[in-house]
Design a protein around this ligand. Structure first.
Ligand SMILES: [Zn+2]
Ligand SMILES: [Zn+2]
Length: 233
């Protein structure tokens, strides 16, 4: 069993190793029908891709889309960050992106109360899973995001509540191929709330494109394979 599209990958534009072209070539070699480059968005102070660099990346992705037309679907994407309560760095021209992921990450400047809370919780401060979920889902709705990346990584969320919001908004929950962040019980609870999942490799090197064995195994083990949207069953 394998995924048909890998919609979560990184390159040397942020802190990955390969080029966008190498990611596409690897996906083609694997026989995937689609590949997205979803670089870290500008709100990440360490390796967010922004300004002229982001323009160059988008130009490169557009050229790759033309070059590989008819052979594989190439999507330009971003993995965005929560930058305040209900806020994110999803770009204003969101419609120009094929795939938008949103997740909690380290490296977002603590310039407001909610981001200070994120920092404090990540250092062992009081955990507020429900509020953390409300924040990311409000941001997801506003930014019209496609999927929540690695739910529960870096910051605790209320998975059943997130699943309910995701179902309502048509947002997918990612089972991350590099780090499975939801337990068996959480996967089952999310499925029971009606959420759909997407599996992404989160590859930071071309050789990890499509490498989702851990995520597929977790989905199989929890019995939720039929709720994953990008699997060849
Ligand atoms: Zn991430
Ligand atoms: Zn990622």
């Amino acid at each position: 069993m394998r995924i048909v599209k890998d919609l979560h990958t990184h390159t040397y534009y942020s802190h990955g190793k390969g080029s966008p072209r190498e990611n596409v070539l690897r996906a083609l070699e694997l026989g995937l029908s689609g590949i997205a480059v979803t670089e870290h968005a500008g709100g990440n102070i360490w390796f967010g891709v922004r300004g002229r660099k982001l323009e160059r990346l988008n130009e490169e992705m557009a050229a790759l889309r033309r070059e590989f037309e008819g052979r594989i679907e190439v999507y330009n994407g971003l993995e965005c960050n929560v930058t305040g309560f209900g806020r994110s760095d999803v770009p204003k021209d969101r419609e120009n992106y094929g795939v938008i992921l949103l997740g909690y990450h380290k490296g977002v400047a603590p310039v407001n109360g909610f981001n200070l809370h994120i920092l404090s919780e990540s250092f062992g401060g009081k955990s507020t899973p429900r509020r953390n979920t409300e924040s990311i889902m409000a941001a997801a709705e506003k930014g019209r995001v496609d999927a929540i990346s690695h739910p529960g990584l870096y910051l605790k969320v209320d998975i059943p509540y997130m699943a309910e919001c995701c179902r309502q908004l048509g947002v997918l929950m990612e089972i991350n191929g590099a780090r499975v962040t939801m337990t068996r019980e959480e996967l089952i609870a999310a499925r029971d709330k009606g959420a759909k999942f997407i599996i992404g490799s989160d590859a930071h090197t071309p050789d990890r494109i499509g490498d989702c064995a851990k995520a597929i195994e977790a989905a199989r083990e929890a019995g939720v394979l039929e709720s994953v949207v990008n699997l060849e069953l």
